[in-house]
Ligand binder design. Structure first.
Ligand SMILES: [Zn+2]
Length: 401
């Protein structure tokens, strides 16, 4: 498994190094790099989406966004979340190829004219550091109390506070790595902020770290937990293609990591018994991660998808770099609005489109509701697993093209 993890990590870092400098951190900045790798055939690997990013708009910035920018400005620019969006662009481009009867690496049209995934295809996620939120609450081991045979996973107990009342970590742990992500306000469990291991409570959904005004976006741990349940294709694409799940999650080397915390953050805290991805830490690390002289988060992002045209974009503050509030410019190709446009183009071409109305007549939000099987699964997950998942402000999704 480590071999595979290192192979994937190296491939992603090589791809990153091959991209031009614009949008990458300067010498005193750090960033997070995430990426999705396609595995096909026996051992053929290729990067299909790759992004960097550390920023997230505050609730105020988001809701004060001008009407024309609704659906075009990104609220969440953490690398993991951008990577899923860049991956959606890749999927749309692959769907377009198969509908034009051209070669697609991952899809085929079956006898009934439905799009299916080729056999032997799998997707693997790489991220240069542990996702923010619950997964990042990691015990720091006090080695002076250990007998030399210590393994963190043996000693640290986690109890879901919904069923019991305590966080339990072994005596060997007197401190934890912290996350800046704050518990959502509708959860009765809130951080204790006591020194050492009692700083955080484990289990609740959290909003993204950020100074000042709180963000409306959930932490990456929470969002990845959602992908594990409903897939990474999202509701719109569920109208065309089967669910796509990540088979492996690989975290870069030399960063705080614990398999126990990852498993807790991604599924154990929700008591869900779904098919779980393999989780592994690679021994290869990302050069531009936080540490040493790199103490400031890089404000810009690079967004790359394996598509024939306009594969690379640079973003800042949720917009294309260079555009401002006064001069919005072209919207990012991974924004809701641009992705919705790709969706409409596919609808026009796809004879098996399940939409009863032409999507131009309905809003983005309403289109998503047509994806019955996806919505059913997500609704069930919200009732049974993610009980207090907050919804995005409707006004950001209520747009037509
Ligand atoms: Zn994050």
């Amino acid at each position: 498994m480590l071999d595979f993890a290192d192979k994937v990590a190296k491939l992603c870092l090589d791809k990153y190094n091959s991209l031009k400098k614009s949008g990458k951190p300067t010498d005193n900045e750090w960033t997070v790099l995430s990426s999705i790798v396609l595995k096909s055939g026996v051992d053929e690997l290729s990067v299909v989406a790759l992004c960097t990013g550390t920023k997230c708009l505050s609730g105020k910035e988001l809701t004060s966004t001008k009407f024309e920018e609704r659906g075009s400005r990104l609220s969440d620019s953490h690398a993991e979340i951008l990577t899923r969006r860049a991956f959606l662009r890749y999927l749309y481009s692959q769907i377009a190829s198969v509908l034009k009867c051209q070669h697609s690496d991952i899809f085929i049209l079956n006898d009934k004219g439905n799009i299916t995934i080729k056999k032997g295809i799998s997707f693997h996620f790489f991220s240069s550091q542990t996702p923010c939120g619950d997964c990042s609450i990691i015990p720091k081991i006090n080695t002076s109390l250990l007998d030399g045979n210590y393994h963190p996973s043996k000693k640290i107990k986690f109890l879901n506070k919904r069923e019991s009342a305590e966080i339990e970590v072994g005596n060997e742990v007197d401190d934890i790595h912290r996350t800046g992500a704050k518990c959502i306000s509708t959860d009765e469990r809130q951080d204790l902020h006591q020194p050492g291991k009692n700083y955080h409570v484990l289990g609740p959904l959290r909003t993204k770290p950020g100074r000042g005004d709180r963000t409306l976006s959930l932490s990456c741990s929470d969002k990845i937990a959602k992908w594990i349940v409903v897939g990474i294709q999202g509701s719109l694409l569920s109208l065309f293609i089967p669910m796509i799940k990540l088979e492996t999650l690989i975290i870069g080397g030399e960063c705080p990591f614990s398999i126990e915390s990852m498993e807790r953050g991604l599924f154990k805290r929700f008591n869900s018994d779904i098919v779980r991805p393999n989780i592994i830490q690679s021994s290869i690390s990302f050069q531009q991660k936080k540490g040493g002289s790199r103490q400031n988060p890089c404000p810009s992002s690079i967004i790359w998808s394996s598509v024939p045209e306009r594969d690379l974009e640079v973003a800042a503050e949720g917009r294309k770099q260079g555009s401002t509030k006064k001069k919005p410019g072209r919207c990012l190709l991974v924004s809701r609005r641009a992705i919705f446009k790709e969706f409409l183009e596919i609808c026009d071409r796809y004879s098996n489109s399940p939409l009863p109305l032409h999507p131009k007549k309905i809003t983005y939000f309403h289109c998503k509701q047509w994806s019955k099987s996806y919505q059913k699964l997500w609704h069930e997950a919200k009732v049974t697993v993610f009980r207090v998942w907050p919804s995005k402000p409707l006004e950001l999704q209520n747009f037509t093209l």
